[in-house]
Design a protein around this ligand. Structure first.
Ligand code: NAP
Length: 294
């Protein structure tokens, strides 16, 4: 069994990105809108800002209070869309109840949509013409590729059908010629599906949901689930995945731990999407200049 090391791969990739940004003189700016005071978001936003600064990307954090309205967030997004200094925009989820996330995130200009949530980017993914795709999805594909997993013809089972993980991941895997089954809370006899998976990806958020008897020998396991649970032994909160990791490790050929598997890749792919967005912007500018000079 090989335990996937997302942190090590993240480090290698960040070095590559740092080098690329410096050598190609890419002037990139990331703007993150953080509404409210969600503790987990505080950690995720901190990690994105840290990684961005490390590779030489300028950052701008817009912290807005709990009483912020949808219109205020929309107005901020519109002004960032128009600002040529801004390469990428992230509206950190979740937002407080008074803000309608979808109607705000949907306003982000697609070429600045680092999370890949806008209709245009999702449609491009649907059409196998991928542009900016959701960072967790991109991170999972990068991990599998890096560890030499061939997706073509593989029987992949995804558990979870959310708009940010399960659904876009299914599309991205179909685009890579995998045979994909998506399970969810209404799936009858989950085990019947998971047992046949060459690659099993769980994005649920129920610690220990996937047990040893539910997987086949030699499967590849990707655990997206992250749930904070109180650990009596240490008296601290710990992150737990959906896999019964110790037991599943005995049967897996390749498996991600939680933490240290998919999580670091999500942050890494924020940086990759920013670089892609910048390169696209440069291409677009070049085309426009050519038109003007004609
Ligand atoms: P979500 O929107 O809550 O979706 C959870 C999915 O799991 C739903 O489709 C739900 O089915 C399904 N589900 C719930 N209970 C189930 C059960 N007993 N059996 C089978 N399916 C079940 O969550 P999400 O935003 O996709 O996130 C999922 C997990 O991944 C969370 O733990 C989250 O923290 C984690 N996550 C991690 C990263 C990372 O970078 N590591 C990124 C994103 C999310 P229904 O649709 O029928 O309700």
């Amino acid at each position: 069994m090989i335990k996937i090391d997302g942190n090590k791969f993240k480090k290698e990739l960040l070095e590559e990105y740092k080098e690329k940004i410096a050598s190609e003189h890419l002037d990139i700016r990331l703007d993150i809108i953080f509404v409210g005071d969600n503790g987990a978001s505080e950690v995720y936003v901190g990690k994105k800002l840290e990684a961005a600064s490390y590779v030489g990307i300028r950052t701008n954090l817009h912290r807005l209070g709990m009483k912020t309205t949808t219109k205020e967030v929309q107005d901020l997004i519109k002004s960032l869309n128009e600002d040529d200094e801004v390469t990428g925009i992230i509206l950190q989820s979740p937002v407080p109840k008074g803000v309608d996330f979808d109607s705000c995130a949907g306003l982000i200009e697609s070429r600045k949509d680092i999370d890949g949530f806008t209709k245009q980017n999702i449609f491009a993914l649907y059409n196998n013409d991928e542009e900016l795709i959701p960072c967790t999805v991109k991170g999972i594909i990068k991990l599998l590729t890096h560890y030499g997993v061939n997706l073509e013809g593989k029987n992949v089972v995804i558990i979870g059908r959310s708009s940010i993980v399960g659904k876009p991941l299914a599309l991205a895997l179909i685009n890579r010629n995998a045979t994909v089954t998506v399970c969810h809370s209404k799936t009858v006899d989950l085990e019947a599906f998971t047992k046949n998976a060459d690659i099993l990806i769980s994005a649920v958020g129920v610690p220990g949901l996937i047990k040893e008897n539910m997987v086949k020998e030699g499967f590849v396991g990707i655990d997206v689930g992250t749930t904070r649970v109180f650990d009596e032994a240490s008296g601290k909160n710990k992150l737990k995945g959906d896999f019964d990791f110790e037991a599943l490790s005995k049967k897996a050929s390749l498996i991600t731990p939680v933490p240290g598997g998919v999580g670091p890749m999500t942050v890494t792919c924020v940086i990759e999407n920013l670089i892609d967005a910048k390169l696209e912007e440069k291409k677009h500018q070049k085309k426009m200049n050519l038109k003007i000079n004609r």
